[in-house]
Design a protein around this ligand. Structure first.
Ligand code: ADP
Ligand code: MG
Length: 458
């Protein structure tokens, strides 16, 4: 199969899976330029498209590619500078070609300059200068700032948590970049807990665990993003515990992010949990309307572009929980403006944003609630429904019953029935227990809040 044929499969899949506006905007002028040893290189016309495909459509693309090319392992996107004579998107309805959007030169430059530093894994794009601070994230921001100035002496570890798309990665990377800028001799390393795990597994398979240990223990600042994925991975936790101790004892700074506080990470060894909690824990909550508007305006200004006030206000009011989506919305509207040469009217903007906003307001089903509860507490559905009284399943089960009542408005007999044919009094008891626990414990209330966030916004 040629690269062209392979990419056509992806295009066909994308065309039926996403809205037409998005399909045209993001898949135009894209093609596979290389396919070697499972690494597929996709050429894209600009950084906008690159980011968008990586962030939004990676799964869709990978899934489609794997149907025809099961050995595909990863996809890389490169910005191709020359305009290509490759075929444009062929749509079912016509063979009409779509002219490329004209984008300001600085926008393209901005992305072309992006180079992830091989030694630190840091992306120079993420800096404090572009990080907007409001009451929703000021504690996390201040903590990160003071870590830059007081490495390993004030807050160690620093643990930052918050929902998806609220700036954890940006803040962690900005911290790393700022540390490096102040003192280039320091060894700073950014990784994700998934990557850490993969490297560990590879080291074990290659019989070189010592090398892995040595590498990790030489860093002055170790930044681990999305540490929650370490949950349930016994061997990784074990190794990480030792790495953590080695670094900490030698006065090295450790920074984490997570989608939830340490106490809410299920299947985490107690000794690690207490290490995570030993420094400073700072949360990032959701920005309010004014802050969202400020974020949009700042982003627009950095792109040296502008949109009418009512469009900005519409975006800020309709996208509430996720800064990445806020940026995405802005990108869709800007792309449309560049493409057509006219500013879209508010009705058209509404139409364009439907994809993002309709996802936010998704209908909650009992199945969603159960699925998210299981994912959150890292248990499987079978365990949730069986009659076990083990603590690790009793709490999630009661939380699930509580949410089914409170948010899904299920009747107690229905809920009891759903959970292994239990009596309705069991459901009432679970509901009241959780209600009381939420009142009594702010920590637990926080946990349920985070869980709800996952149910409703993802
Ligand atoms: P998370 O890691 O929490 O999922 P990211 O750090 O990846 O979120 O942020 C998502 C996007 O939103 C990024 O493009 C980031 O630059 C942007 N962003 C998040 N928070 C802010 C902020 N406070 N100021 C400016 N941009 C932000
Ligand atoms: Mg992140």
């Amino acid at each position: 199969m040629t690269n062209e044929e392979l990419w056509q499969i992806v295009l066909n899949e994308a065309e039926i899976s996403i809205s037409r506006a998005n399909f045209i905007t993001w898949f135009k002028h894209t093609f596979i330029s290389r396919n070697e040893q499972g690494v597929i290189t996709v050429s894209v016309p600009n950084g906008f498209t690159k980011e968008w495909l990586e962030n939004k459509y990676q799964k869709l693309i990978m899934r489609a590619i794997r149907t025809a090319c099961p050995e595909a392992r990863s996809i890389e996107y490169v910005i191709s500078k020359t305009t290509t004579s490759e075929p444009l998107i062929k749509t079912a309805s016509s063979s009409q070609q779509i002219s490329p959007p004209v984008r300001p030169a600085e926008e393209q430059l901005e992305f072309q300059e992006l180079r992830i530093d091989k030694n630190t894994n840091l992306n120079p794009r993420y800096v404090f200068d572009t990080f907007i601070v409001g009451s929703f994230n000021e504690l996390a921001y201040a903590a990160a700032q003071s870590v830059v100035k007081n490495i390993a002496s004030l807050y160690n570890p620093l643990f930052i948590y918050g929902g998806v798309g609220l700036g954890k990665t940006h803040l962690l990377q900005a911290t790393g970049n700022a540390i490096k800028q102040r003192d280039p001799s320091l060894k700073v390393y950014y990784t994700t807990s998934e990557r850490f795990t993969n490297e560990l597994v590879a080291a074990i398979q290659n019989h070189e665990p010592q090398r892995f240990k040595d590498i990790y223990r030489q860093f002055d600042v170790l930044i681990i993003d999305d540490i929650q994925f370490i949950a349930g991975k016994v061997r990784t936790q074990e190794e990480f515990f030792h790495t953590f101790n080695a670094l900490h004892e030698n006065n090295k700074q450790i920074i984490f992010s997570s989608d939830r506080p340490p106490k809410s990470i299920a299947n985490l060894e107690e000794r690690l949990r207490s290490r995570f909690e030993a420094g400073l824990i700072a949360d990032i909550s959701q920005p309010d309307y004014e802050t969202r508007l400020a974020i949009i305006k700042t982003k627009l200004a950095t792109k040296k572009s502008d949109l009418p006030k009512e469009i900005l206000e519409y975006i800020a009011s309709s996208i509430e929980k996720n800064i990445r989506e806020l940026e995405g919305a802005l990108n869709i509207v800007s792309a449309r403006t560049h493409m057509t040469g006219t500013v879209p009217g508010i009705e058209e903007v509404k139409e364009l944003l439907l994809q993002i906003t309709s996802r936010q307001k998704r209908v909650v089903t009992a199945a969603n609630i159960i699925k998210e509860v299981c994912a959150f507490y890292d248990i499987n559905e079978k365990q949730l429904f069986e009659r076990s009284r083990r603590r690790e399943v009793v709490k999630p089960r009661q939380v699930a019953m509580y949410l089914l009542r409170e948010d899904f408005h299920g009747s107690f007999p229905y809920i009891g029935q759903k959970f292994g044919g239990r009596d309705h009094t069991t459901a009432i008891h679970a509901y009241e227990k959780i209600l009381k626990d939420i009142k009594d414990s702010p920590d637990f209330a926080d946990e349920v809040h985070i869980l709800r966030g996952r149910i409703y916004e993802i």
